[in-house]
Design a protein around this ligand. Sequence first.
Ligand code: MG
Length: 162
Amino acid sequence: MVHVGIGYDVHQLVEGRRLVLGGVEIPHDRGLDGHSDADALMHAITDAVLGAVGEVDIGHLFPNTDPTWKGAPSRVFLEEAARRVAARGGRIVNIDATLVAERPKIFPHITAMKANIASALGLPPTRVGVKATTNETMGFVGRQEGIAAMAVAAVDLPEPAA
Ligand code: MG
């Protein structure tokens, strides 16, 4: 039976940080603030996968009070979510995600992001959707105070024995 999950994440744009989205380091005058590499796209997808299998969210699995995850590449969070799906005998069907960023331009990096996400989840890139949009200058994204990401995941899980 196919289960769906949803994920959302946002991080502040600050000076003196790298901008990493979908595992791609994007040249920009500011980067996302956070305990790990603050890859909002991978975080949203991690939560979508965890949600589909009814697990606790990324903040509880990888607390920002734990020095283990300081500066961690967010790929490890995706890999752990995929491991939990496999442990349940499940299979990720597909992922879809949208980045909401006023700047910089995301489109040139989408293919590389899909490849990184797919490889962390053990999927072919054709099963990973990544789109990007601006917020039309409105709100915190429009003022370039932060970048947001949302994602859904479909996971095929075995039927529980009756
Ligand atoms: Mg996050």
